[in-house]
Structure formats: structure tokens, C-alpha cells
Write a protein that binds this ligand. Structure first.
Ligand code: SF4
Length: 466
């Protein structure tokens, strides 16, 4: 039995892809998963390309594991995912002991490739030394290959990949070059997968895509004024046993009227949206090739809050994009103050090789010290806002879907509210994992709510107590 170790860097999409690769190894037979690198016969790193730092981390990790070959000559080393896609065979020169480079449209081929390499190594063929496989070609239908998953007993939540790729080409982003053009899975297939998950006890699904609310826009027709994404939400909403539906990552351009209205109409849609602002300056948004204005962004927030009272809004912001003046930065802060985000990921701009923004002239680059200062300054503002919103929860009873033990101790449990707020509370793990129950919030620490569960009952009806 060969042991497979998979290390994942990056986003939830990568986590989902790695999960699917692991499942395919188990399904093939003759393999089992391990969390110990030293025990592994197959070492795969699923990579992220969003920042150069993430690539360097993955390369560094792979180099560190090279000496394993001295004790196990047959061990197979492979890079999967975004960096594999963008760098391809160049990686064989960067990491000489590498055997496999499989791009973002090739996850379903990884087991075959590993089988082939392992077989050659075990048979000790003469040309083993240089034998490697690189496959980063486009493959029609590859978006349909991430579709099964192993569900643990009493597992509460699952990710469902609904599309791949992005056509937007924001000037700072590598994703369109690593994940390719937008390709959607058919609605019927996604619904079938979600039904299967619900039948196994999953209560919450998160739909995944690089630009999820543009799902199917160029492949499937609108019906009755509803975009393919809203049609998908409607279909998923009808699944018995499924209580919560989330999605990530969306784009402001995808929040059209039919989606806003869906939030008013479909109670299983969680009252939380992630709405990437990136900048509050119209000039910088244009340079980023983000096709909306700050005013339109504010309008979407207002309409969404009107459609779904109690809605939580989180965002992504880049500070220090080339050409960002102090005035432009203040415009971003002004939007942040006006929206009152529940939380935000703030990124200090750094040029990403292979993106249009990386070629912008030196004289418009924002000095590193200024980028760092804006990053810290914005963090302070966002954190203050976020903590004020969390404090407002103290004393309320909220609906929590229990996901299992808390990260730090098995003495407590953790789960999330419909607004995606993390709650830690005490209770019997065996009974509460996978249950939706009311928790009374007693305090906040950092970005976590702490509460007391009433374990006498669970709420099975959607919209119970939030
Ligand atoms: S919409 Fe998102 S994934 Fe697509 S290019 Fe822009 S930032 Fe990248």
C-alpha cells in the first residue's frame, strides 16, 4: 500500500481540488493518505500563484523534502495546481528531483500519472533518473471532474465546485492565466452532487468558483430574467435536508437585480456576502480593470442590506496599487467607513509576475513603507469596525451550525452563524456535531464569539433564531 501526502496552499478551491485528488487515490486502491511526509511514497503539493511568496513557499517546501529520496528511491514528487499551470516544465529545472507537474485542468489525471511514475521507479528502469511528466494543457470538460467527495460521519459542511476560470482579467491578478477561461458545470450535475451531500447529512454547502456569481453566463441562457447562477440557487434551495447555501468568490458585477431579489426570496441563502471592493477610488479601480464605480459598490451594499436585513458584508482591499495617491487611499477609507464591513482581507500590493500591472512603470509604484503604513492603518479601521459589530452580538441567541471541536481544544465546540461568524461553546461533541442549534452569546475575544449552547434541542427549521 503506497502512502500519499498532499500539502495544499491557497484558497478553498485548492482545498476542494486536493480533497478530490485524495478521494481518487483511495478509489483507485493500493493507496492510503498520510499526514506524515516522512512516511509518504507520493508527495504532492497543490500550489497557489496569487502571490509570489506563495510560490516561493511551495518551492522551498518541495526542496526541503528532496532528501527523502535517499531513503526511499521510489518516492514520487509532484506539483499540482496554479503554480504548476503557470510555470510548467520550468519547475523541473527549479526543483531537480521533481517527477510530476500537473496543471489546474489535470487533477483527474494525477492518479494515472503517479501510477506510471511509481511503476517505472519500482521497476528501476535505466532512464528513471530523468523520467517526469508535465501536463498543463487545456482540457475540455475539466470543470466537470471535481464532483465527488468523501463525507465523514456527522460532517456539517461541504464545498461544491461549480465552475472554473475567470474572464475578467483584473490587471493585478494571475488567476485568468492559471485557471483559464470561465467554464461552468451543468446545473443538473451540481444539484445531483448537492442532493448526495444532503442525503449524507451535510447541512451547509459553499459553492466555489473564481467568479462564482457569473456562473454559466456565457454558456447557459437566462430564464425568466434569472441568470444561470440564480437558476442554480433556486434549484439548490429546493433540496430537502440542505439548510444553508453560501458562495465564494463573487464579483460586484455579478450582483444584478435577480441575485439581490434572490436574497429576499430564498431563506436558505445565508445572510453573508463577500463583496471584493479592492479600492474606493474610481481612478484606481479603472487601473485595476475593475468595471464598477465606488458609487455602484455602495449601491449594491445598500440594496443587499435592504433585501436581507442583518446581512454581513466582508471584502478584499488592495492598498498601494501603482499610482494610488494619499487622496485615493482616503477614498478607500471613506467607503470602508460608509459600508461598515464585518471583516476584510487587506492586501499590500506586490507585483505579480505575468500580470499586466507588473509592467506598470517604476515611477508610479507606491514605496514599500507607504504600502505597509496604509496596510496597518486600514487594518486598525477594519478591526475596530469588525469588533464593534461582534460586540453587538453579545446577549443575543444566534443559530449555530456545529462543525466539531474548536481549533484549540476538544473541551469546546465550534460552529458558524448564518452571517459566517465563528462561535465557540461547550457541549457534547457526539450529539451536537452537524446540528443546528441556538447559542446564547456571552462574550467576544478577538474575532470569535463565545456562547452557551442549549443542548436540549436543535433547530432544524431554516431561519430559526438568527
Ligand atoms: S475577477 Fe477575481 S479571479 Fe477574476 S481576474 Fe479579477 S480578481 Fe482575478
Amino acid at each position: 500500500m503506497h502512502q500519499v501526502y498532499i500539502r495544499t496552499y491557497g484558497c478553498q478551491m485548492n482545498e476542494r481540488d486536493s480533497g478530490e485528488v485524495a478521494r481518487m487515490f483511495l478509489e483507485r486502491g493500493g493507496y492510503r493518505m498520510t499526514t506524515e511526509e516522512a512516511d509518504a511514497d507520493v508527495i504532492l503539493i497543490n500550489t497557489c500563484s496569487v502571490r509570489d511568496q506563495a510560490e516561493q513557499k511551495a518551492i522551498g517546501k518541495m526542496r526541503l523534502m528532496g532528501p527523502l529520496r535517499h531513503t526511499k528511491p521510489h518516492v514520487v514528487f509532484g506539483f499540482l495546481g496554479c503554480m504548476a499551470q503557470s510555470r510548467g516544465s520550468e519547475l523541473l529545472g527549479t526543483v531537480p528531483h521533481l517527477d510530476l507537474v500537473a496543471g489546474t485542468q489535470k487533477y483527474h489525471r494525477v492518479v494515472d500519472y503517479v501510477d506510471t511514475i511509481l511503476k517505472r521507479r519500482i521497476e528501476r528502469r535505466m532512464d528513471d533518473e530523468r523520467f517526469s511528466i508535465v501536463d498543463v494543457a487545456e482540457e475540455e470538460g475539466s470543470q466537470n471532474t471535481i464532483r465527488h467527495q468523501e463525507v465523514e460521519e456527522r460532517q456539517a459542511t461541504a464545498f461544491v465546485s461549480i465552475m472554473q476560470g475567470c474572464n475578467m482579467k483584473c490587471s493585478f491578478c494571475i488567476v485568468p492565466y492559471t485557471r483559464g477561461a470561465e467554464r461552468a458545470r451543468p446545473i443538473a450535475e451540481i444539484v445531483e452532487e448537492a442532493k448526495g451531500l444532503a442525503a449524507q447529512g451535510i447541512k451547509e454547502i459553499t459553492l466555489l468558483g473564481q467568479i462564482v456569481n457569473r456562473y454559466g453566463i456565457s454558456e447557459f441562457p437566462a430564464v425568466g430574467g434569472h441568470s444561470p447562477f440564480v437558476q442554480l440557487l433556486d434549484a439548490l434551495h429546493g433540496i430537502d435536508g440542505l439548510h444553508r447555501i453560501r458562495f465564494t468568490s463573487p464579483h460586484p458585477v455579478g450582483y444584478r437585480e435577480d441575485l439581490v431579489e434572490a436574497f429576499a426570496r430564498l431563506p436558505k441563502l445565508c445572510p453573508h456576502i463577500h463583496l471584493p471592493l479592492q479600492s474606493g477610488s474610481a481612478r484606481i479601480l479603472k487601473a485595476m480593470r475593475r468595471p464598477y464605480s465606488p458609487e455602484r459598490f455602495l449601491e449594491i451594499c445598500a440594496r443587499m442590506r435592504a433585501a436581507r436585513p442583518g446581512l454581513a458584508i466582508t471584502t478584499d482591499i488592495i492598498v498601494g496599487f501603482p499610482g494610488e495617491t494619499e487622496e485615493n487611499y482616503e477614498e478607500t477609507k471613506e467607503i470602508v467607513r460608509q459600508v461598515g464591513f464585518d471583516n476584510a482581507f487587506i492586501f499590500r500590493y506586490s507585483p505579480r509576475r505575468g500580470t499586466p500591472a507588473a509592467d506598470l512603470p517604476e515611477h508610479i509604484q507606491v514605496p514599500e513603507a507607504v504600502r505597509a503604513e496604509r496596510n496597518q492603518d486600514l487594518l486598525r479601521l477594519i478591526n475596530a469596525q469588525a469588533q464593534e459589530r461582534l460586540r453587538a452580538e453579545v446577549g443575543k441567541t444566534v443559530e449555530v451550525l456545529c462543525e466539531g471541536y474548536s481549533k484549540t481544544t476538544t473541551a469546546r465546540l465550534t460552529g458558524r452563524t448564518p452571517q459566517n461568524r465563528i462561535v465557540v461553546f461547550e457541549g457534547p461533541h457526539d450529539r451536537l456535531r452537524g446540528e443546528i442549534l441556538p447559542v446564547r452569546i456571552v462574550e467576544t475575544k478577538g474575532f470569535t464569539l463565545y456562547g452557551e449552547a442549549d443542548s436540549a434541542y436543535s433547530i432544524e427549521a431554516v431561519g430559526g433564531v438568527s
